[in-house]
Design a protein around this ligand. Structure first.
Ligand SMILES: [Zn+2]
Length: 287
């Protein structure tokens, strides 16, 4: 798959099956920074080949948005030092200590440490027998790191959220690109996938602060199109609206649906219904 040029300094490989996330390369006068490392050696190699075809220098460093397998398993194949947050570093150490054969994976799904969604996709990406190499980071930051690549600057900022507490977003200027990773997604490591306003609202506030001036191109981990700032604003607005309803009607899906339909003149989109369900599925304090 060839890469897509998003801006003067940024190229993108869109997400693909089975669960490969977006990867980007940011190239300045001093070299290339890769954003997320890919789901496997094969995924990483595909990205490196795409860079080669475009005449772009191989990554000098790799920055990770969070610890999930599909974003980090390709790092060893890139052959460049890894940069990540302290929270991500701790999780990578845990992954490095784990066994990744089918029996170990199945046992972790059984015990609830792993989820079937990840185990199933991992088996598709890396059929047995598999050899997983976890590349531990060389550079670890707390909350915020700025990387100057020469003519282009990347700001890495930890934002957290329901999906993963270690989530980091990367803003790239002057290109006006915001690389979100999976930060806006739901909590998948829970008995029921869900959102909470306790985690989502602080994340949205941080994104508002970070996204100044507003990025023109927003890249998500698993969405095959980039967003412009109008689409991003509308997504954030939807999260705030439905999150607000969740705060008014905690755990009451029917009441949230009724309130949402009143606001939107009797209509309920599939996206809104899904989001309402995800908020209604949040564990309640007394549960
Ligand atoms: Zn993730």
């Amino acid at each position: 798959m060839s890469l897509i040029r998003l801006s003067p300094h940024v190229v993108w490989m869109p997400p693909g099956p089975p669960d490969r996330p977006s990867l980007c390369a940011v190239t300045g006068e001093r070299g290339t920074l890769m954003l997320d490392a890919g789901a496997s050696d094969a995924h990483a190699r595909l990205f490196l080949e795409g860079l080669g075809e475009m005449g772009i220098a191989r990554p000098r460093t790799v920055a990770l948005t969070h610890w999930h397998w599909d974003h980090v398993f390709g790092a060893a194949e890139i052959g460049a030092p890894v940069i990540c947050s302290a929270l991500t570093a701790g999780e990578l150490q845990r992954l490095a200590n784990d066994d990744w054969n089918d029996a170990a994976l199945d046992a972790r799904v059984e015990s609830g440490e792993e989820i079937a969604f990840c185990a199933d996709n991992l088996k598709l990406e890396l059929p047995a027998p598999r050899h997983v190499r976890i590349q531990l980071p060389e550079m670890i930051f707390e909350r915020l790191l700025t990387i100057e690549l020469g003519g282009v600057t990347c700001r890495l900022q930890q934002v957290g959220g329901d999906h993963s507490a270690d989530s980091v977003v990367i803003s790239i200027d002057p290109d006006g690109v915001l690389f979100l990773g999976d930060c806006l997604y739901d909590d998948i490591y829970a008995p029921t996938r869900h959102y909470t306003t306790a985690k989502l609202f602080p994340l949205l506030d941080k994104l508002d602060q970070i996204n100044q001036p507003q990025a023109e191109i927003i890249v998500e981990g698993h969405v095959p199109e980039v967003m412009d700032h109008a689409a991003f604003d509308s997504l954030i607005g939807r999260f705030r609206l439905i999150g607000g309803l969740a705060n008014q009607h905690p755990g009451d899906e029917a009441a949230m649906i009724a309130a949402c339909m009143t606001i939107s003149h009797g209509e309920l989109s599939e996206d809104d219904a899904e989001l309402i369900h995800a908020f209604a599925s949040a564990p309640r304090p007394k549960d």
